[in-house]
Design a protein around this ligand. Structure first.
Ligand code: SF4
Ligand code: SF4
Length: 214
């Protein structure tokens, strides 16, 4: 990880033609997370290694997901992206920061009643890698049926891979928190204050403000 000497302006957002600049709350939340990672970059390497493995495991299942999506989504009468509410959770963002890819340009929607703004007539405008885990891991009943009929072995492999990645995301969260809290452990009397200062605003911003508003 090349975190030393990194500045906030190094933070990059994926650009989508016709889409505005990243909303302010989204940008400042991600800047706060980036600052946290930069400040603890030496201690965050184990978490970064887990994120790199997750990336490999995700990329291994994308071809199968692409195939099943091509067979089902273009003829779907009731696309899940219109009706489902999904958002980036904290560990989605930690993962994207640690693998150092340009970040999504903003949340999926600004209000609960809105559909995902990344849905286009040709499907999702985000690459699979930077979609929320909620989107990546979901296969609908039509796709399950298709997989079960055409590629039963692949269906089993996919389920195993998804379970493994889910477990690894828990490991990532644990390891990330350990790395961030580790320095606070050096100063036990400041530990609670330090943890609150570092983690709470991020969780609050991302969970309460981030998903649907700016
Ligand atoms: S994943 Fe299933 S529900 Fe969603 S658009 Fe594709 S076919 Fe439709
Ligand atoms: S990010 Fe993409 S896959 Fe997820 S809900 Fe939006 S359009 Fe659908």
């Amino acid at each position: 990880m090349q975190r030393e000497g990194r500045t906030l302006s190094d933070l990059q957002f994926h650009r989508i033609p016709g889409m505005d600049e990243p909303p302010t709350t989204w940008a400042t939340s991600n800047q706060a997370l980036d600052r946290l990672i930069c400040r603890h970059h030496r201690y965050i390497k184990p978490a970064a290694r887990i994120a790199a493995v997750i990336r490999q495991e995700l990329e291994a299942i994308f071809p199968l997901l692409d195939t099943v999506c091509r067979r089902t989504c273009p003829w779907c009468p009731d696309p899940c992206c219109i009706v489902t509410k999904v958002w980036y959770d904290f560990i989605d963002l930690v993962f994207l920061h640690l693998i150092e890819v340009p970040l999504p340009p903003g949340p999926l929607a600004f209000r609960l009643e809105d559909s995902c703004r990344y849905l286009s007539s040709r499907g999702c405008r985000l690459s699979r890698l930077i979609r929320p885990w909620g989107c990546i891991q979901y296969t609908c009943p039509t796709q399950r049926k298709n997989l079960h009929q055409c590629r039963p072995d692949d269906e089993t492999q996919l389920d195993l891979a998804i379970n493994k990645i889910r477990d690894r995301r828990y490991q990532l969260e644990t390891e990330f928190q350990r790395a961030v809290v580790w320095r606070a452990d050096m100063y036990p009397c400041n530990k609670m204050l330090s943890v609150q200062v570092k983690c709470r605003p991020l969780y609050e911003r991302i969970f309460t403000v981030g998903p649907f508003s700016d």
